[in-house]
Write a protein that binds this ligand. Structure first.
Ligand SMILES: [Zn+2]
Length: 384
């Protein structure tokens, strides 16, 4: 993926080198927004707003190119695929994104932002851990299929899965401290084809979020412990003697992993103070961690993975004032990312349009690091 999706714009001096990133992928969702510009592909929708990320990055590059006599440095515009699968950033780095400095030099700062269901025109930034770690697993229960009328001759994987799903809910309630963020969702369950057949196996997929690697490790261990124990509990004692072999242990397959995203100092405070001056009271500089996850930060790992490039990742709101007020200002009551109704405001005339705030945030972050020529006395907010 090395040659996929990045371009560089160089001014007179190669440094500082700033990478601005937009993820580009859509989701397997049937769009239900009714927007005149809705997806024309059945079952495929930009339900996470990555189309806005592409647009804001293109606009930022255009604006920065228009004033390129006023800054020096190198701007890398990175259009990254496969964020939703958590694999795109890693594939670009592994594919040698920074391998040839003449094409894409290793950046000194990596910046990006995500559209969110908060009020349009607002921008927020979390200091420290900003996005949770995410781990997805597939767990397969192996039973012994047969006739539905003779369960005593079978080992029913559907029952195993059902009990396991219920008990998995205790991972969050009994393992995750009340002061930490931990989420566990069973997103899929698949088993069987007919009501009068007990199937041979069943599988579930599990997604877990955590605000630390330590907690993620504990949740993973307990998830596996519960599933293994449930399988054991599903096989009657006498069956182990009568039927040999006993059903095998459950199988675990890791489907997805996204690391923690941590806005570290001093970059977080640097960008927060820039955004404070650009967005004023529309900027929330101390937003809390969100349980969703990202692979943006993987672009901040150098080739040898031993050194991390300073990075910062923010959010900008996309819900129109009208929808926001209808929901009583409750962010949980407006359609959010991954919903088939997720439709950020799109009003080019409005000052608070998210395409403008998203673009402005990117330009401001880049300009705060570039060497400015003749812009020193100009407010970044008026420049962009
Ligand atoms: Zn997204």
């Amino acid at each position: 993926m090395r040659n996929w999706g990045q371009s560089t714009l160089k001014a007179r001096n190669p440094e500082p080198i700033i990478l601005l990133r937009a993820d580009t992928d859509a989701l397997p969702v049937q769009e239900n927004t009714g927007a005149p510009y809705h997806s024309v592909h059945d079952g495929v929708m930009h339900a996470c707003g990555h189309d806005m990320h592409i647009t804001t990055l293109l606009a930022a590059v255009r604006l920065l190119a228009d004033i390129r006599d006023h800054w020096t440095g190198t701007l890398i515009a990175c259009f990254q695929p496969c964020e939703e699968t958590g694999t795109g950033a890693q594939a670009m780095v592994d594919g040698g994104l920074y391998a040839d400095p003449d094409k894409v030099p290793t950046p000194q700062f990596v910046f990006g932002g995500h559209i969110s269901p908060e009020l349009a025109g607002t921008v927020s930034l979390t200091h420290g851990t900003a996005y949770a770690r995410s781990d997805s697993w597939k767990a397969t229960f192996k039973g012994r299929g047969g006739h539905a009328s003779r369960p005593e001759a079978c080992i029913d994987p559907v029952v195993m899965a059902a009990f396991a799903i219920t008990r998995l809910q205790t991972v969050v309630s009994r393992v995750v401290p009340s002061t930490s963020l931990g989420v566990l969702t069973v997103g899929e369950i698949h088993a069987g084809k007919k009501s009068n057949i007990i199937p041979n196996d069943a599988y579930i997929t599990i997604n877990m979020r955590a605000d630390s690697d330590d907690l993620a490790g504990k949740m993973e261990a307990e998830m596996k412990n519960i599933i293994e124990a449930e399988v054991k509990a599903s096989i009657p004692e006498y069956r182990e003697i009568e039927d040999n072999p006993t059903p095998p242990n459950p199988e675990f397959e890791r489907l997805l992993y996204a690391p923690l995203l941590e806005n570290k100092e001093p970059t977080a405070t640097d960008i927060a103070s820039v955004f404070q001056s650009v967005f004023g009271e529309d900027f929330n500089g101390f937003a809390s961690i969100v349980p969703s996850s990202e692979d943006f930060q993987v672009l901040a790992l150098c080739n040898d993975k031993t050194k991390e490039i300073p990075y910062c990742y923010w959010r900008y709101g996309g819900t129109s004032l009208e929808k926001w007020e209808e929901a009583g200002g409750d962010v949980n009551l407006v359609p959010s990312n991954h919903s088939d109704n997720f439709l950020p405001q799109n009003d080019p005339e409005a000052d608070n349009d998210p395409l403008k705030s998203g673009t402005k945030a990117m330009c401001a972050a880049a300009l705060s690091k570039f060497n400015l020529v003749g812009l020193e006395n100009i407010e970044i907010s008026s420049t962009v």
